[in-house]
Design a protein around this ligand. Structure first.
Ligand code: SF4
Length: 368
């Protein structure tokens, strides 16, 4: 399977979104931040690919202005468009003053790579920029247009940078050190990190693990704060009910509210039931009674005994009778936990031989 970092990242964030985008090929509606990020990337590529003739700042700003074609992204909101356009000018001006010309030799800009991860899987992608720092030492730079700079831990664990490191190692066998940098051009802040050979091995395993989950996924929704920015919100089964006309919603809305109300009292009801059960059981025991009567019915005391068996001994007795398979049962939750710790190929093997026994639908209620 050939995939990309963005696809893997999308799957990890929300399998449903992955399906919309990479399996059903439904185009995500254009978003301001995507348009803006892509234009800034193009401007920086234009700037550095012309480094030998030292273009003036005016020319770069001109290139930016000519390519500012947001179509109807701002929907008549001229003020917002003006603000965003100016933000781009500020970024470019700042960048030009502080980082042009480049102090290092740029080896590649927007480098397309193809990285085999195993016999069956490969990742392709594009690295914004690769610089030569010294002999056998390179720096991979990825531009970000986010406002906020994440903590160092995020950069140290960042899968995208790890994949770029693997791709660089694959491309240049004699490179001894790879510096990985995210350049946040809005606040003009660079954060760098490195990976050890051991960490890169772990990353490969992590990728294979994700790919194995992907191949057996049911592509369920995984909601989070990012849903607010998801381009598939209007077709997502979690949200499309919100837009249904009010008349057709009334009955189900009442049931929904009732369910939420009952669910929110469920805990209190359970606690109270437990308290009463204890008191009644104590009373029945003390009075040597099996049943008590209220005004609306009766309650009977029943005893259910649960035994534990020695697995090995039961096996020894039942196996010769060819009956052991009838009582032997895999503990699914434990197996699920164990699976996560097993190598991807074994996970895959086990997932391939499982069969769906039953599908249980359950409801999660959340009060506003
Ligand atoms: S709206 Fe949220 S849950 Fe639905 S597809 Fe998008 S990210 Fe997933």
């Amino acid at each position: 399977m050939r995939t990309s970092y963005s696809a893997l990242d999308t799957f990890k964030m929300c399998p449903k979104k992955y399906k919309f985008k990479y399996i059903d090929y439904i185009k995500e509606p254009p978003a301001v931040e995507l348009f803006f990020g892509s234009l800034i990337h193009n401007v920086l590529r234009f700037l550095h690919s012309n480094e030998d003739r030292s273009p003036a700042l005016n020319e770069i700003v001109d290139y930016y202005s000519k390519n500012w074609q947001p179509e109807d992204l701002f929907q008549e909101n001229k003020e917002e468009e003006k603000y965003k356009f100016q933000e781009g000018i500020n970024i470019i001006t700042n960048y030009y003053k502080n980082h042009f010309p480049s102090p290092n030799k740029i080896l590649q800009l927007e480098n397309k790579f193809y990285l085999p991860i195993s016999k069956e899987h490969a990742i392709s992608g594009v690295i914004d920029r690769i610089d030569k720092i010294s002999d056998n030492v390179i720096e991979i730079i990825d531009y970000k247009t986010n406002k906020r700079v994440p903590p160092q831990k995020f950069i140290d664990d960042n899968l995208q940078l790890s994949i770029y490191n693997l791709a660089a190692n694959n491309l240049w066998k004699d490179v001894s050190k790879v510096k990985l940098t995210l350049h946040f051009v809005k606040p003009d802040f660079k954060v760098s990190t490195e990976r050890t050979a051991g960490q890169l091995q772990e990353v490969k395993k992590e990728i294979l693990n994700t790919l194995s989950q992907l191949q057996t996924s049911k592509f369920e929704t995984r909601p989070g704060i990012y849903c607010d920015f998801c381009g598939y919100k209007n077709i997502c089964p979690l949200f499309k009910d919100k837009d249904r006309p009010l008349e057709s919603k009334e009955k189900i809305t009442k049931l929904t509210d009732e369910f939420i109300e009952l669910k929110s009292n469920e805990k209190e009801i359970k606690v109270r039931l437990e308290e009463i059960r204890e008191k009644i059981l104590r009373y029945l025991k003390k009075q040597s009674l099996e049943r008590i009567y209220g005004t609306s019915g009766n309650i009977t005391r029943k005893t259910k005994r649960i035994y534990d068996y020695n697995h090995q001994k039961i096996k020894e007795i039942l196996e010769p009778l060819d009956k052991f398979d009838e009582v032997w049962k895999i503990d699914s939750p434990k197996l699920k936990k164990l699976l996560k710790k097993l190598p991807p190929e074994i996970q895959n093997e086990i997932e391939k031989i499982r069969s769906l026994k039953n599908e249980l639908n359950y409801l999660i209620a959340r009060k506003n």
